[in-house]
Design a protein around this ligand. Sequence first.
Ligand SMILES: [Zn+2]
Length: 223
Amino acid sequence: MLLIPFAYSKALGRYVCPDEVDQGLKCECICTECGKALIAKQGETLRWHFAHQSDSGCGGEGMVHKLAKECLKESVTKFMRFPHDKERDPDSKYTLAKIESVKIEVWMQRANRRVDAGVLFGIYEKESDLWTLVTHFKAVIEICVTNPKDKSYISDMSNYSIPVLEMRLNQEEILRRAINQLSKSADPVKSSMKIHLLNAWKSSCKKEWIIRNGLPSLFRNCI
Ligand SMILES: [Zn+2]
């Protein structure tokens, strides 16, 4: 099981790293997935983390997942960069897509599946120093904390002409960046998560179009 990197601080009213709270139960943090109290573990062997008090059956993954969706929702008007496949496009360009709207937890009737987010993207291209809107498209975004989507998901969702982007979080990296920002940001965990989700180059959040149906041709070389 992964170590829980963040927790929700009732006192501060935001998500926190284990480095910014008192040890043990004095951290006054909860897991937003199961609602139970968490303890901050600041030992010498493992990296600092949070844990449930007893064997609660909750691994805290749902909380990280929830935080990522929340951050995605707050990223409307922001741009996501999609790097091009270096082999097919040696110049290594990228396509910019603006997040125009985000709906969390969307029920997809025909696939009989609930997806993490339905996103409307606007694609922009650079023409003589100006970024101009070229087209819009809808996509599904799935946030992956531990388990990538399997074949049955892909076959259920292939009935739609909607592309699906899977974003694989790197919790270590999000935590590391949040700790670096402790003195600079009012909400270091959230701002680190947002950077992780949006910036394809500086972050190692692996993004992959697991279904490319309905993806605009501008994305032919995007990975
Ligand atoms: Zn929990």
